[in-house]
Design a protein around this ligand. Structure first.
Ligand code: SAM
Ligand code: SF4
Length: 376
């Protein structure tokens, strides 16, 4: 069922040196043409689109876009009142008036890109805003009458100590967020951070330091009532992100806007062209139906990161592939996975190693014979 929509807004005030998202810096972005293109993408979707559960404006910096254009898009998409409508927002892009306008446009959840409350780390990340502006936006959003909200934080920064991370976590928790996403800094190809890393000017924490930071995050947030429901995502009861839940449980979603990815109920993966002109010129974008092995890999990559884990019966039913039982047994013996019926879930010691475990399972995919069906 197609009930989630991701809409990419590709402009930012400046490009952060660690970021490899599909982002452009333009003094006067053509938001009007973008909105027309988004609606064209929407009308090109194969019916039926079920009543929407989630619309997610991600970026880029969607909070720079004119609220009335987002209102126009939502008027066409017609999400029901119960749907979650998220806007990613950067500090220093929203005044109280603009925030009211976004709420009036239909936004009911805001995800604030704080990244850090430490002035030293903010300088290192070259964020185009001050820590003060991040605090201001968080308090505006927290008291802004939204149904839910979230903050994004980056950890495992060069030179970051456990005490500095603890201070960041304390600063987050003072604001009592219903949802937090915490990402370890990743060096992305083609970014200034990659060059600095290659030249030895940027040194990341080693695996033990990364692990100590992740453990501190999980402990601190659990004590504050925020449950880890995905490797990087923590929520109070009732505040998991609906869009993320759909993608991590193997659900379908439409991707509208330049560079957006989608996964359609007919099994197709879609990817719109990155550049605005190419995207506008070619509405079809790139669309392919992965072969069964690739579909199995995609399914493992998205589901194992989630607290519900991977349902092996579902994997077989969707793709015809199963995971070799001796590899599953080995990971269970090593206390990295646990089995619950047909579900495989990460254990407390498995969570920090989610990526490696997922690849181990991908390597152990084999075609399922009829004997294995329903008895994974
Ligand atoms: C799609 S980005 C956009 C959010 C928003 N534009 C911002 O920067 O505040 C979503 C999140 O990805 C995370 N992110 C981006 N690049 C990253 C990197 N290289 N390593 C780790 N996290 C990253 C940041 O936490 C960011 O808030
Ligand atoms: S503001 Fe966000 S999306 Fe834009 S360049 Fe920075 S990290 Fe990337």
């Amino acid at each position: 069922m197609l009930d989630s929509v991701y809409i990419h807004v590709p402009w930012c005030a400046a490009r952060c040196p660690y970021c490899s998202f599909n982002v452009y810096v333009d003094r006067d972005p053509p938001y009007g043409r973008w909105a027309e293109g988004v609606l064209r993408d929407w009308h090109n979707l194969p019916p039926p689109v079920a009543p929407l559960r989630s619309v997610y404006f991600g970026g880029g910096t969607p909070s720079l876009a004119p609220p009335q254009l987002l209102a126009g898009i939502l008027d066409t998409l017609q999400p029901p009142d119960a749907a979650e409508i998220t806007l990613e927002a950067n500090p220093a892009t929203i005044t109280p008036d603009r925030m009211d306008a976004f709420r009036a446009a239909g936004i009911n959840r805001v995800s604030v890109g704080v990244q850090t409350f430490s002035p030293r780390s903010a300088r290192l990340l070259s964020r185009g805003h001050t820590v003060h502006a991040a605090r201001e936006l968080v308090s505006m959003v927290a008291t802004g009458g939204f149904r839910s909200w979230s903050v994004d934080i980056i950890f495992a920064l060069p030179g970051q100590t456990l005490d500095e991370l603890r201070a960041d976590l304390d600063a987050i928790l003072v604001t009592a967020p219903p949802h937090v996403s915490l990402y370890g800094l990743t060096i992305k190809e083609g970014t200034p951070f990659e060059r600095a890393h290659r030249q030895g000017r940027l040194v990341l924490p080693d695996a033990d330091a990364w692990r100590a930071q992740y453990d501190l995050i999980v402990e601190t947030l659990a004590a504050a009532g925020l449950e880890r429901y995905e490797v990087s995502s923590f929520a109070r009861p009732g505040h998991r992100a609906v869009h993320n839940e759909a993608t991590w449980r193997g659900g379908h979603y439409a991707g509208l806007g330049p560079g957006a990815h989608g996964f359609l109920p007919d099994g197709r993966r879609t990817k719109m062209h990155d550049a605005l002109t190419e995207w506008l010129a070619d509405p079809a974008g790139i669309s392919e139906r992965p072969d069964p092995w690739q579909a199995a890999v995609d399914h493992l990559l998205s589901t194992l990161r989630h607290i519900d884990g991977t349902d092996q019966d579902d994997l077989i039913a969707r793709t015809g592939y199963r995971i070799r039982s001796e590899v599953v047994a080995e990971l269970i013996d090593g206390s990295l996975l646990q089995r619950d019926g047909s579900h495989l879930r990460l254990t407390p010691s498995g969570w920090p190693l989610a990526d490696g475990i997922t690849w181990r399972l991908c390597e152990a995919l084999v075609r399922s014979s009829p004997l294995h069906r329903g008895s994974a």
